[in-house]
Ligand binder design. Structure first.
Ligand SMILES: [Zn+2]
Length: 418
């Protein structure tokens, strides 16, 4: 084993140094259903909640669409009113022009009258003949009538102007009311959009949770069936009914909730004391902060535990039966171990906390930074075969059964597919 871990490359050190600063949330306090019935109930409730969320989304979208239609309507109403106001302005302008014209006419008439009545030349002109005098009287009468007529027209126009101005005031008031309404609608739309994005966010969280519960349910159903348990029975009690039997499983999950693939399985080249070395790496490494919860990758039974080995440190080995096939998973460089040999575990069992930090796990000389080394072999170690060499001989690339992102890439759940 020394060979496997001897000086896990500088590349890993760099990767770990770069990645260990990332804050990774700890979901270890998640509440778990106790029986298959509980989990079914939990799933039902979550499905109802999810359905309600979808309805809420549709309702909010409907409200947004309605408010947007209202904005369109008020905007059009405002445009119409502004057109009306412009028409009124044109009318007022025209009326003012008409008034000016009439005033000018009156001035012309009066000036004509004044010139005719008081002007010396006119006086001289009209004093000559009786005919002229009659004409003068006649013209005076006409002038008076005309100016009276124009006066009444002006008054009428002025009345129209007042009417138009009043109407304009009324319309302007309506415009400002529409502007207020539009602003209110826009505020409503933006608040509805916030609601919508929050609801959608909630749905995304629920989708992840639903996926997890459905996967758990599938696994639990298989176990309950296999072990002949009643669905209201406690899961752990059901597992304990058959201490000699491994709980079956249907899939492998990653051993940590979040982290980053820091080293692949297979041959790798690294430099140790300036000498180039090429060695086989028998596992898949996940860079995680020190003390991260490490879970079993599938339901199973703890078959071996090693403490403080000078290469690989604290280690746990778990035998699994997944889709009818036998496997044994190994977890290395642990800071602490939370299980003991013989324990039946599920995917939710925290088997230990991650280590691998040389200044903390001083006994482990095969890790340069916080990470979990996951190794998987076929068969049940310590049951089908006893020797460690048997385990290493059966080791294969964990990626064949455990989905993980590419080297250097991170993940945020145990089940997201890459
Ligand atoms: Zn490793």
């Amino acid at each position: 084993m020394k060979k496997i871990f001897k000086g896990i490359s500088y590349l890993l050190l760099i990767v770990v140094l770069l990645g260990s600063q990332v804050v990774i949330p700890d979901f270890s306090d998640e509440i778990e259903a106790k029986s298959l019935k509980d989990l079914k109930q939990e799933l039902q409730e979550l499905e109802a909640k999810y359905e309600a969320n979808k309805q809420q989304q549709a309702q909010t979208q409907q409200q947004i669409a309605q408010a947007q239609a209202d904005v369109k309507k008020t905007t059009q109403e405002k445009i119409n009113l502004e057109t009306d106001i412009a028409d009124l302005n044109a009318q007022i302008e025209q009326l003012n022009k008409d008034i000016d014209k009439k005033n000018q006419e009156i001035r012309n008439i009066i000036s004509y009258y004044q010139i005719s009545a008081t002007g010396e030349d006119a006086y001289l002109e009209y004093i000559f003949t009786a005919t002229d005098f009659t004409d003068f009287i006649y013209r005076m009468a006409i002038s008076e009538q005309l100016s009276d007529y124009n006066d009444s027209l002006i008054k009428e126009y002025q009345g129209l102007i007042v009417e138009s101005e009043n109407k304009k005031k009324e319309l302007s008031k309506k415009v400002s009311q529409l502007e207020t309404k539009t602003r209110e609608l826009e505020r409503k739309i933006s608040s509805l959009n916030v609601d919508l994005s929050e609801t959608i966010e909630g749905a995304v969280d629920m989708e992840t949770e639903l996926k997890t519960i459905r996967a758990d349910l599938k696994r639990m159903e298989a176990t309950y069936k296999e072990f002949g348990c009643d669905e209201s029975e406690d899961y752990q009690a059901c597992l304990a009914k058959h201490p000699d039997q491994l709980p079956p499983d249907t899939a492998f999950w990653r051993p940590v909730i979040s982290g980053r693939v820091s080293s692949n399985y297979g041959m790798r080249t690294y430099y140790l004391n300036g000498v180039k070395r090429t060695e086989g790496h028998q596992g898949l490494d996940f860079a995680v902060p020190h003390g991260t919860n490490v879970y079993s990758v599938a339901a199973g039974r703890v078959v071996a535990i090693y403490n403080k080995l000078n290469c690989g440190g604290n280690q746990v080995y778990i035998a699994h039966t997944v889709n009818g096939k036998k496997y044994t998973s190994g977890y290395m460089h642990l800071a602490s171990i939370k299980v003991k040999v013989g324990d039946v575990v599920t995917k939710d069992t925290v088997i230990g906390k991650s280590g691998g930090v040389p200044s903390i796990e001083t006994w482990d000389h095969c890790s340069t930074g916080g990470h979990v080394h996951l190794q998987i072999a076929t068969g049940h170690y310590r049951i089908d075969y006893l020797a460690w060499s048997g385990y290493t001989a059966r080791t294969f690339n964990p990626r064949q059964v455990v989905n993980a992102p590419a080297l250097g890439k991170s993940f945020k759940t145990r089940t997201q597919k890459f």
